[in-house]
Ligand binder design. Structure first.
Ligand SMILES: [Zn+2]
Length: 140
């Protein structure tokens, strides 16, 4: 647990949240600033900043619950799609330093979108892709 972490405060019962799911490993509650209606956060009970800081069991439970809630928001809220999103690190827009999975229900014309860098229009060569793939394969 971390004193400065809002998610730990919620887990301690010191801050309110609208819970939608709880088990022995993870909880899920509504984001207080939802991107869309029914935007849920799946949060492990143990404090860990990054995805790589949680063990595989905790990570898999987080994604299993996110998958289950994706079906639930389609069925109960009428979402026509779902985005799962993990902001893993500051450069990836992580704003709460406690690993979590966003379940973002999607609706037609809901106003949420992605932006791509200019270089997206010029895909890398096969040689460049293979060089990157080599580096990743060597570390797997
Ligand atoms: Zn925390």
């Amino acid at each position: 647990m971390s004193d400065q972490c809002i998610f730990c405060e919620i887990l301690n019962g010191n801050s309110p949240a609208s819970f939608v799911y709880q088990d022995d490993t993870v909880v899920a509650f509504l984001d207080i600033q939802p991107i869309t209606q029914g935007h849920v956060l799946v949060v492990p009970r143990e404090h860990a900043t990054l995805m790589s800081n949680v063990n595989e069991t905790v990570a898999m439970r987080s994604f299993r619950v996110a998958r289950m809630l994706s079906s639930v928001v389609r069925g109960t809220l009428g979402a026509t799609g779902v985005n799962l999103f993990v902001a893993d690190g500051e450069s990836a827009f992580q704003d709460v330093p406690h690993f979590h999975v966003h379940v973002i229900p999607r609706y037609p014309n809901d106003g949420f979108g992605l932006t791509f860098p200019d270089r997206y229009a010029q895909p890398p060569s096969r040689a460049e892709l293979e060089a990157i793939a080599d580096a990743i394969r060597a570390a797997v």
